[in-house]
Design a protein around this ligand. Sequence first.
Ligand code: IMP
Length: 436
Amino acid sequence: MPKTNIAVLGAQWGDEGKGKIVDMLTPHFAAVARYQGGHNAGHTVYVEGKKFVLHLIPSGILHPGVTCIIGNGVVIDPQALFKEVDELDRMGVSVEGRLLVSEKAHVILPYHRELDVLSEARRGERKIGTTSRGIGPAYEDKIGRRGIRVCDLLGDRTALADEVRENVSARNRIIKDSTLDWKPVFDRLVADGERMRPWVGDVSLFIHGLIKDDKAVMFEGAQATLLDIDHGTYPYVTSSNASVGGVCTGLGVPPRVIGGVLGVAKAYTTRVGEGPLPTELSGELADRLRESGQEYGASTGRPRRCGWYDAVVVRYSARINGLDAIALTKLDVLDGLPEVLICTGYKTGSGTLTDFPADLRTLTGAEPIYERMPGWSTPTKGVTRFDDLPVEAQKYVRKLEEVTGVACAIVSTGSDRSETIVKNGSLVEAWLGLGT
Ligand code: IMP
């Protein structure tokens, strides 16, 4: 068992294939811990031809004996959690005895989804394109200090009744002519709490115990750096810290326990929802990437916007998160293209940019500066050794390493666990205690 605790997080706008990477690394860890987001995430994992879609529960659950943790930084819709537990059960995966839910996590209340939809409608053309799961309103209540936590569902009923009453009345003030009754909400939450009770505990204490016993923990991010509430393309972001800072606040662990940070980046770029995407493609090429990459949201089924690899974005992610290595995914989706383009900078009204700007107006008008590389006709699909990749694909990966300054320790060449290259001598091997 290795002793390196690592964070695995998205380096672009999400949907990079974190689920597969977390799943394949899991056997080397005692626990996998989610630190932010909610069931807006959709992590798809294929195991021996079976498709699993996880939203709240870390992808590590597919490995027996591994504890899966939902941290205080996550917002939990109890119904979504139960649905996921039941679905896993039906597929022969039991969570009993290996799921730990933070008592400090905030609960998505039944009407948060309604508030999400309402807020989008109010924004009109400026809508964010949320997943409509009530994520933003739940985090608003948390920051507004009227949120309801998992421990509140399990404690004193009178105190919970007061909190629900207060929260519902805040909601009624927002929705015109609404007179929602707090009592059915209260009853629902009490019942939800009872079902969750066996899973609930002190996540920080548990993780500290594992680390003290020399067991390794993987910290799993949802969404991605460019959707981070502080460092993403605000306001077109999610409402939590998806970047590495979220690990500490979302689980109650100090920064020094994070021994390595693995960024997951697709060999091209996608985004779902609104907001700038400088390398966005349209027409035939976009359709081709979307179809061959199956670029449709795992949570909402929405088609994803597709574009070339943006090294400005990944360099920025590397800086924000201190990426030690990258897991490059979906290389096989580029198979057969006559050429592949890499964005290395942006041309803007005020000159050339090589660092990601904060102001969306700068970004919206930015014109990508591309480096063009020859494509490859021999398929990379299923290749498991770097040297077996077509030479042009090897050159493409090396160029990405050069322009981002981060090594691609893992290259994924298909959706199955087995369709993966772990580069010899890479940092990932060292983290896992493999190699020489
Ligand atoms: P919310 O998280 O539902 O509030 O949505 C805010 C933004 O984050 C929208 O652009 C969503 O499309 C995006 N988003 C949320 N979760 C994911 C995800 O798991 N993958 C990709 N985009 C996401």
